[in-house]
Design a protein. Structure first.
Lengths: 489, 422
């Protein structure tokens, strides 16, 4: 027993990112594959529902990997959350760093180098990296925020130079500021060459302004469609942003203010006079106004609630909106309110979108994957190719959009467990062996890993009773992932 | 419209209602709204193509006879038929012309199988894609009204039963808002995707049984969706699209819309009970470099025209006569072009209604509001003179056979625009 315990602590420490390598495993092993789960990987609890730790991990993370539930239970939800709110202090697993590095220069956020590369290869690399991080990163909340803001500031990678520039945007906007201050995030997005290209502000010139970015800035990025702006404000914001573009040749992809294209007249935005001759400051002034607007505070708070809780109770939304205004849009403070709220445990389950579904399956079964073409093909069939949503509002979140598309999910589960997804291997035998040591059947082991319920939970028993007796463990794994229970988080 | 058409008989024989499990009953709240009797569904397929992004109606059906058009679009205006040669618009009535990239649709227009309604739209004033799309897909004029989709309400209120799990399909990976609340709505990119992959230790039948047992315990929307999905899989068990060859020499463009219409034709021919098929075509938000006879918009329209022409040809006269295609978009675009040789969000757009019979084609319907500055709406947009719901309502009443227009479009003072023959 003591041996197991020691092994567990070693693996646990590495797995938790507290300290990278504790000496209990060789460096090579870390490069080679994900660390094995700890012996106490199975969620405990005598009976009943999804464990509290599993619920938290389904919201703040992309679901539990083996060992995660035990870890959260050991340190407590609040401590886990604080740890997640300081992602830079969490060391990433070496094998993840290694795999990301192997994607090479295609992820180097230096646009100068990126323009030498092939578009399709770049998008594939960014998708692969995003998937790998969602599956293996210890900084799970950061990856959740990346998903949230990548939808909020959606950029279609196949328009203009999106393939190159979205890589820069992912690094310099979404990842850099996703847990920072909203005004900084918004400012980085407004100056991002990817956004300037995607929403056409790069060609917004005085005389006949292009409204595209100005409108979505207020409608989607800040105030919301009922946030109190008018068509007149759209035109005035567009005028303020004339000349905001990016370098096309030398230092291609960097922000450029083209003063010759800027409308230097006076403007009025949401009742605020912006005096003539403000130059590039007109745009910054607009960003200050919309970022500080109460409608923005309320809307971002509400959207975070919906993403993390599936509902936006008014008292919580209001207190978040208040915090938003008091802290100058400090996203970490908002996250503390959302994820420490009682609704994490009490709100209804949220229907997983395809990316969530695939990543949570890969995590639950401790799958060894390169996150490449094999997984991406399935995501495309399921309807959520990353950075492939053409409209500026991001992939739909309501379950009605996704409920009609179950067959590709089921086929992902079948292919994953049968070993038919390219460069992707589910170590079911190893997981089951550990379960046997605990006195559990294969189906009990796999279902408790995926569903976050105790192995002897009556609901789990009822589910497993529906499996044909002749089913082997791989088929049981598939059925667990195909079950209605696993479609929710 | 014969009930004894081959397609109909094939449907009844194949899926033979009896083989569709008893659990496939309307389960959603809308099911209760239905005035279902034992009447059989009319042999009609409604195909909607939604041009996402706000298609520039003034470029699709060009008012080349209006001087303001040419003045407002110094770089974007398409050439008049006489001046442009091959790059000019195809004349429709001496005043309007069809975008040259839509020429594949010209024979349909000329033979009376394509009606155009210009200057139509909703009352949405936000000029937001998402508000305007939601308004139209919910079948509203303003923002207030039911949350369900208009096609879902059509299917729920139609005075017949159709237990097919493929009654409403979305050709893509998601179900659009127009089908929200439908008793069954299946999203599919490709018919061949609708088969479960193999498992080594159990048969497909055992797997289906296991899934049925798991989803049958879930009473919510997911349980219903799971059971309906199993019905779809069963219905399509031996329909594979791998060997599908379009008929009559039809050639579909190789993009999502072409593929989607080809899959629609396949389903229609298989007679699996499809009543409504929804398709999306993206790429109409042309703020920059919209182009003219060639370019960004022309590229989309080339696909659009060729896809619909191939679909009509592939279906053949008999099935095409029992099909109605509606093309719509959330709004049209600003009359004046912008500094990026593009156009910003506007108001009224254009709709197409097409089909092999019953369509009052070869005409441009609606009231033309004019393009002079004082005739424009808001920041300079084409004014809406036809409520798009009157076009859809007429298609439902006269083509799809559902006269219960009031249940589909609550609050509408229904006034048919004459795009169909009574």
């Amino acid at each position: 027993m003591s041996l197991t315990r020691r092994k567990l602590l070693c693996v646990g420490a590495a797995a938790l990112g507290a300290a990278a390598l504790t000496g209990c495993e060789s460096l090579e092993n870390h490069f080679a594959k994900p660390p094995p789960p700890g012996a106490d990987a199975l969620p405990p609890g005598p009976s009943g529902k999804v464990s509290e730790a599993a619920r938290l991990l389904n919201r703040a993370a992309f679901g539990p990997r083996p060992g995660d539930i035990a870890y959260v239970e050991r340190i407590g939800a609040a401590a886990y959350l604080e740890e997640q709110l300081k992602p830079d202090a969490i060391e990433e697993p070496k094998f993840l760093q290694w795999r990301l590095r192997s994607l090479g220069d295609s992820l180097n956020p230096d646009p100068g180098l990126l323009f030498d590369e092939d578009d399709k290869r770049l998008v594939a690399a960014l998708r692969q990296a995003t998937t790998l991080r969602a599956v293996y990163s210890k900084r799970q909340l950061q990856e959740r925020m990346v998903e949230f803001w990548s939808d909020h500031f959606n950029i279609y990678a196949f328009k203009n130079e999106g393939a190159q520039l979205k890589i820069v945007d992912d690094h310099e906007t979404i990842r850099k500021h996703g847990l920072g201050r909203f005004r900084d995030l918004l400012g980085a997005s407004a100056r991002s060459a990817a956004m300037l290209g995607y929403l056409d502000n790069g060609v917004n010139k005085r005389g006949a302004p292009n409204e595209n970015y100005a409108r979505e800035l207020m409608e989607l990025h800040t105030l919301g469609v009922n946030g109190g702006y008018t068509q007149r404000d759209v035109l005035e914001v567009a005028r303020c942003l004339t000349g905001w573009t990016s370098q096309k040749h030398w230092r291609r992809g960097e922000f450029l203010f083209d003063s010759g294209a800027h409308d230097n007249g006076a403007k009025t935005v949401l009742g605020n006079l912006i005096p003539a001759h403000g130059g590039v400051h007109d745009g910054d002034r607009v960003l200050d106004i919309v970022a500080a607007h109460p409608a923005t505070a309320h809307r971002i708070s509400r959207k975070l609630c919906l993403y993390f809780l599936g509902e936006a109770p008014e008292p919580l939304t209001a207190s978040m909106a208040k915090t938003f205004q008091e802290t100058d849009g400090d996203i970490k403070s908002l996250m503390r309110l959302v994820l420490n709220s009682s609704e994490v445990q009490s709100s209804a389950f949220i229907f997983k979108r395809p990316f969530d579904y695939a990543v949570s399956a890969l995590r639950a079964f401790d799958v060894d994957t390169d996150g490449g073409a094999g997984v991406q093909e399935h995501l495309e069939k399921m309807g959520q190719s990353l950075f492939g949503w053409p409209m500026p509002n991001g992939y739909p979140t309501q379950e009605g959009a996704w409920l009609g598309g179950l067959p590709p999910r089921w086929n992902f589960a079948l292919d994953l467990t049968q070993g038919r997804v390219q460069n992707t291997k589910a170590p079911l035998d190893a997981l089951i062996e550990r379960g046997i040591a605990e006195g559990l059947s294969s189906a009990q082991t796999l279902s408790s890993l995926a569903l976050g319920r105790a192995a002897h939970d009556p609901e789990t028993s009822a589910l497993l009773a529906r499996f044909p007796k002749t089913m082997d463990a791989r088929a049981q794994g598939a059925c667990v992932l195909m079950s209605p229970d696993f479609q929710w988080r | 419209m014969s009930v004894h058409s081959p397609a109909r008989r094939q449907f009844l024989g194949r899926a033979a209602l009896a083989t569709i499990p008893a659990f496939l009953r309307p389960r959603t709240a809308l099911g209760a709204v239905g005035v279902n009797s034992e009447r059989r569904a009319p042999d009609h397929v409604l195909v909607t193509i939604f041009l996402r992004g706000g298609a520039d109606g003034l470029s699709l059906v060009v008012p080349y006879g209006d001087d303001y058009y040419h003045r407002s679009r110094p770089t974007l205006a398409l050439a008049s038929p006489s001046k442009g040669g091959g790059t000019g618009v195809a004349d429709l009535d001496g005043y309007f012309g069809l975008h040259p990239a839509l020429r594949p649709l010209l024979p349909l227009y000329q033979s009376g199988q394509m009606a155009i309604v210009h200057a139509c739209g909703s009352g949405d004033q936000t000029r937001s894609h998402f508000e305007a799309m939601a308004t139209m897909e919910r079948g509203l004029y303003g923002a207030q009204g039911p949350a369900s989709g208009w096609i879902a309400r059509h299917l729920a209120s139609a005075p017949w039963r159709n237990p097919s799990p493929l009654r409403a399909v979305a050709l893509g990976s998601m179900v659009p808002d127009a089908l929200r609340g439908a008793t069954s709505a299946t999203a599919l990119q490709n018919v061949s995707d609708l088969a479960l992959h193999d498992l080594s230790s159990v048969s497909r039948a055992q797997l289906h049984e296991c899934l049925h047992s798991m989803y049958n315990t879930n009473n919510g929307a997911l349980g219903a969706a799971g059971l309906e999905t199993l019905g779809v899989l069963k219905t399509l068990e031996d329909v594979s699209s791998d060997a599908y060859h379009p008929a009559n020499g039809a050639v579909y463009p190789a993009d999502d819309l072409g593929r989607g219409l080809m899959q629609t034709a396949l389903l229609v021919k298989k007679g699996v009970g499809v009543e409504a098929a929804c398709l999306d075509h993206y790429g109409y938000d042309t703020h920059v470099a919209q182009g003219g006879a060639i370019g960004l918009l022309a590229g989309q329209l080339t696909t659009l025209g060729a896809s619909i022409a191939a679909f009509a040809k592939d279906l053949g006269p008999e099935r095409w006569a029992r099909t109605t295609v509606v093309v719509q978009s959330e709004f049209g675009r600003r009359v004046e072009e912008n500094s990026g040789a593009g156009t910003d969000h506007g108001r009224a757009g254009v709709m197409f209604v097409m089909g092999g019979s019953g369509v009052a084609g070869g005409r441009i319907h609606g009231k033309w509001p004019g393009l002079s500055p004082e005739q424009r709406d808001g920041p300079g947009d084409l004014r809406v003179t036809t409520d798009y719901r009157n076009v859809l309502g007429e298609v439902l009443a006269r083509r799809a056979g559902n006269t219960n227009v009031g249940a589909v479009f609550p609050g509408l003072q229904f006034s048919p625009t004459g795009v169909t023959h009574a």
